[in-house]
Design a protein. Structure first.
Length: 139
């Protein structure tokens, strides 16, 4: 299996909680940022999605916090989509310090929403690959 897609992020002071570590909600923001960067790397822009009247949605998320992150920590956020049959797909993500230390694992269940019908489209992987300039990232 190939290496997952990753994006670098620096932990900023305004993202910390009163304990001095990264606020729990910010982990979700980092994950969201990595998912959009992954789609952008595949050649799928928000404008293209809107033009096709579809948009990705997250239906469920689980975060496992492994190590705290503090101001100035440099991390990478990985992103790997797992497509199967049906209308949903899995997104596997990790947040790691640059020394390799696992800080968090994020598992999400997603889908591709028809923005007119407000229902999930069948075969979201096939639909995204059809929209992509670089569909190989979505395998």
């Amino acid at each position: 299996m190939s290496d997952p897609f990753t994006v670098p992020v620096s932990v900023r002071g305004y993202e910390l909680d009163t304990q001095g570590h990264l606020n729990q909600a910010v982990y979700l923001q980092y994950a969201e940022h990595a998912r959009w960067e992954f789609l952008r790397a595949a050649g799928i822009s928000r404008d293209r999605l809107v033009a096709e009247d579809v948009g990705p949605v997250i239906l469920e998320t689980t975060i496992r916090y492994r190590r705290e992150l503090r101001n100035g920590d440099e991390v990478t956020v990985s992103c790997r989509f797992g497509f199967g049959e049906g209308k949903t797909f899995r997104v596997h993500q990790e947040i790691r310090r640059t020394d390799g230390t696992l800080a968090a694992e994020i598992e999400a269940l997603g889908g591709l929403l028809d923005l007119t019908e407000r229902r999930l489209v069948p075969d979201p992987g096939g639909r995204l690959r059809a929209l992509a300039d670089n569909p190989g990232l979505l395998t």
